[in-house]
Design a protein around this ligand. Structure first.
Ligand code: ATP
Ligand code: MG
Length: 865
């Protein structure tokens, strides 16, 4: 029997034989700011479909990892939905169309996979007679197994306008036992009997503003077949979860939680959810997503937490999910080698989130219980929606849990009201997300691009170019936005800051202070120094050399830093962002704890060693496959574009990079790390300096040392010695001060002792102070009680508020109780307190009443003794 891995391989080999270029799966994080996650095989090829980039191959095929959360509620319930699944896809960009697409698909399922022909059904779009004809006449499927479906099911569109076209799907009839039994059950029914395995999309139209369809000059094919689904058919099991792609995970989850699969539906449901989710979680973290409260991080967190919840539903309260990760890697590691590399990192991130969520749950249970107690004490029987939502929104506590606890306590909750609050929240979130538009409209860029193509960037070779003004816009009286046909100015991209410099003609002088890039069009922001500029005019564009040189040093240093980090800290280190300008290197990377001081030292040393070796930096353009063979980093899920620019510091660092770099590492000069800190969960940031900046940085450190030495009256040579000595002295001094203080206090109490009076033969001492802490009063009382052996001590202190303390020796507590006295005093100063019969203290709001309270006690005592 074919394994899931065999089927993936067979598919790619089949299409390779049909002249398709096989692409590796792209990252789950699309290279497209408008999309959160890769949801289909076509996502990485979108620019080719939209005609925004020229495809290097007209036929391609891939097995693409995809994440869909629109099916989340169904995951675990149906036999066929996952959050993470693989989409096998073959694509044609203006090459073959309907006929071949259908023929390829049919050939693959019937001759490669040997599916029984008469169990296969197809659906077509209701107006697409062409496809009906191909299926019926060319392929030989009887008309009764060709089902026409409407726009909702079988018409694909990118948006309200733009590319679109009919689809045709292949279904397998899995037999009556999978059916819902309804008389209308058939292709398109939601149950599991007619299983949609493959969707062929024929993008042939462009929908115009008025809704009409115009045929596209280049027609495209986009197909998608779910690997898990086709595997379930081939392996003849009742759901995707029982295929060899997923079942070993179910078994492992059952083992860990001490459950059995296929005994009862509730347990099975939870095991399926856990199994599905651990795959998604493993892949998402592998591609660089970390749990957070928005965007992709939130998708990850939701999936992770849903899985943890289902662990609890199985009665398993410990962390467990991270232990399932190895099973996923075991099954998928061959097809996705990046999983093997990042395994340890992935596990750590999962474990962290598990621990965090355990805490959230524990905390939520306490808060929910408190809220329920309040509700009951107020004589109500319902937890209000505000609180339910707060538990969910602020504390991350799942609604079902609140409901469960309420149920146990016979308190009601209203799901509808809670949903209402959620809706309100969603609206608020949407408002906050309002897209901030850039100054230049997207439509302008499109138009400009089709007219002039991309800007010719000369800045790799030269810092001085003549360029013609193609576009000019006055932002205000002294600021312009200019696009030239050619430019040596590097535009801010890939974490590298833009070049600055000058624009000069005979009648104009301007300073470039920003360059951005939109679809390879370079937009310069220029401050006018003098004169004016016309469209079509030719200018001399001069890059500020000093700034560019400093940026180059920092950029190459960033590559060295990344390589050194991986060598010293570990292979899981992945770039999470970087920013280099003329002042410093800022490098963000995935790592679960602070980089240790000795690691920092090692990294710094290694980078500096590579600098001193003065290695020649090789920059070349090459095919992606070659770059990969060279070991180029950041290739997993990088942009498709066949030729890549590779920056190679031989035997140390190979990266794909479009930035500017030094020719020899020696130019970098001294590399010095300035700081290391955490910026988000699992993400660290290192800042460093190079070249003249590290000279300045070191100098400023030395200056500080010298100033400190001066203040401490020594020289830098003896500074540490001196500092140690001073610290020791200061420690001694502190001890001495404490000593003196207690001596003073003893003296004071000797003075105070003189104020002891006697009432009916009992010694009493009553006194008020200013600004004494409760602790100080207590200490004094203890000492005095010792000295007087028998008696009553009553102290108060006015500290703005009032503090009282009363001590009574044991032999008198039958007559006078400290707790009672202090209570009376506190009342006078608007407070309360109490305590034992032999010692008690209290506080009050009003310090001005202390003297009065103390006098009152004296009278009180007279009555008692
Ligand atoms: P369904 O109606 O079953 O949800 P779909 O119409 O959403 O499927 P397409 O968007 O056409 O599916 O995706 C192409 C193929 O990808 C499907 O034929 C199916 O094999 C697979 N697929 C889609 N969604 C999922 C999912 N959530 N889990 C697993 N496979 C899926
Ligand atoms: Mg769907």
């Amino acid at each position: 029997m074919l394994s899931g891995n065999d089927i993936r391989k067979k598919y790619l080999e089949f299409f390779e034989k049909k002249q398709h270029k096989v692409y590796e799966s792209a990252s789950l994080i699309p290279d497209d700011p408008t999309m959160l996650l890769t949801i289909a095989g076509m996502v990485p090829f979108k620019p080719f479909f939209m005609g925004k980039a020229e495809p290097p191959y007209k036929r391609v095929a891939s097995s693409q990892k995809c994440i869909r959360t629109n099916d989340l509620e169904n995951v675990g319930k149906t036999a066929r939905h996952h959050t993470l699944f693989e989409m096998l896809g073959n694509f044609s960009f203006g090459d073959y169309f309907k006929e071949e697409a259908i023929e390829f698909a049919w050939e693959f399922v019937t001759t490669e996979l040997n599916l029984e022909k008469d169990k296969l059904w197809v659906s077509v779009f209701e107006n697409d007679d062409e496809s009906v004809k191909i299926w019926n006449e060319k392929i030989g499927i009887p008309l009764e197994r060709i089902v026409k479906l409407g726009e909702k099911d079988n018409f694909w569109k990118a948006g309200p306008t733009g590319s679109c076209g009919p689809c045709s799907e292949i279904y397998v009839d899995r037999g009556e036992k999978y059916g819902c039994g309804s008389s209308t059950c058939g292709v398109g029914c939601d149950c599991d009997r007619y299983l949609e395995i493959w969707n062929l999309v024929f993008t042939e139209f462009n929908r115009l503003e008025d809704g009409s369809l115009e045929p596209l000059p280049k027609k495209n094919i986009d197909t998608g077949m779910g690997l898990e689904r086709i595997t379930s058919v081939i392996q003849n099991v009742s759901s995707n979860f029982e295929t060899d792609l997923l079942f070993p995970i179910i078994e492992e989850a059952a083992k860990i939680t001490g459950k059995k699969y296929a005994n009862d539906e509730k347990t099975d449901f939870s095991l399926r959810v856990i199994t599905d989710h651990i795959r998604a979680v493993t892949f998402l973290i592998c591609d660089g997503v970390l749990p957070s409260n928005d965007g992709r991080g939130y998708v990850l967190r939701r999936i992770l937490r849903r899985a943890i919840r289902h662990g609890r539903l199985l009665g398993y309260n410990q962390t467990f999910l991270h232990n399932l990760c190895s099973k996923v890697v075991e099954i998928m590691g061959e097809a996705y080698p990046e999983l093997v590399v990042k395994q340890d990192h992935i596990k750590k991130v999962i474990l962290r989130e598990e621990e965090k969520f355990q805490h959230t749950l524990d905390q939520g249970i306490i808060i929910a219980n408190e809220a329920i107690t309040t509700v009951k004490s107020e004589g109500k029987d319902k937890l209000d929606a505000e609180m339910v939502f707060k538990l969910y929104d602020t504390y991350g506590f799942p609604y079902e849990l609140t409901e469960e606890i309420c149920l146990e306590n016979s308190v009601k909750v209203d799901f509808e009201e809670f949903k209402q609050k959620m809706e309100e929240q969603k609206v608020r979130a949407r408002d906050a997300r309002e897209v901030v538009k850039e100054k230049i409209e997207e439509s302008f860029i499109d138009e400009f691009y089709s007219k002039y193509g991309k800007t010719n960037f000369t800045g790799y070779e030269t810092l001085n170019t003549k360029g013609k003004v193609l576009y000019l816009k006055e932002i205000d009286s002294t600021n312009l936005e200019i696009i030239f046909d050619k430019t040596p100015f590097y535009a801010e991209s890939g974490g590298q800051a833009a070049d600055f410099g000058d624009i000069v003609t005979e009648g104009f002088k301007g300073k470039v202070y920003g360059v951005s890039k939109r679809r390879d069009i370079f937009i310069h922001r220029v401050e006018v120094v003098e004169g004016s500029l016309e469209i079509e005019e030719e200018c001399t564009l001069i890059v500020d050399v000093k700034r560019r040189e400093a940026i180059k040093r920092n950029h190459t240093a960033t590559h060295l830093l990344q390589a050194a980090l991986r060598e010293v800290v570990g292979d899981h280190v992945q770039q999470a962002g970087s920013m280099v300008d003329d002042e410093r290197v800022r490098f963000d990377f995935s790592h679960y704890e602070a980089v240790k001081t000795e690691e920092i030292a090692k990294i710094e040393q290694l980078v500096n060693k590579k600098i001193m070796e003065n290695i020649k930096v090789d920059i070349s353009l090459m095919k992606q496959d070659e770059a990969k063979a060279k070991g180029a980093m950041a290739l997993f899920g990088d942009k498709y574009g066949d030729v890549v620019r590779v920056v190679d510091v031989p035997e140390f660092s190979v990266e794909l990079c479009g930035g500017t770099h030094v020719a020899f590492t020696g130019e970098i000069g001294l590399f010095k790390i300035v700081s290391e800190a955490g910026i988000a969960a699992g993400t660290r940031r290192i800042e460093a300096v190079t070249g003249m900046n590290s000279y300045l940085y070191m100098n400023s450190l030395i200056e500080k040392i010298e100033k400190t030495a001066q203040v401490l009256k020594t020289d830098s040579e003896h500074l540490v010695e001196r500092a140690v000595k001073l610290a020791e002295e200061s420690k001694e001094d502190k001890k001495e001060i404490e000593n003196l203080k207690s001596k003073l206090a003893a003296n004071e109490s000797a003075e105070i002792l003189k104020e002891i009076k006697e009432i009916n033969g009992v010694k009493i001492l009553v006194k008020s102070f200013k600004n004494r802490t409760a602790e100080e009063l207590r200490e004094m009382i203890d000492k005095i009680k010792d000295k007087m052996q028998s008696g009553v001590v009553v102290f108060g202190s006015d500290n703005g508020n009032a503090v009282f303390a009363v001590g009574v020796t044991k032999d008198i507590t039958s007559k006078v109780k400290a707790g009672e006295i202090v209570k009376e005093m506190a009342k006078i100063a608007d407070g309360n307190g109490g305590g034992r019969p032999d010692f008690a203290q209290a506080g009050g709001k009003d310090g001005t009443k202390v003297a009065e309270a103390v006098r009152f006690v004296e009278e009180l005592l007279k009555g008692k003794i």
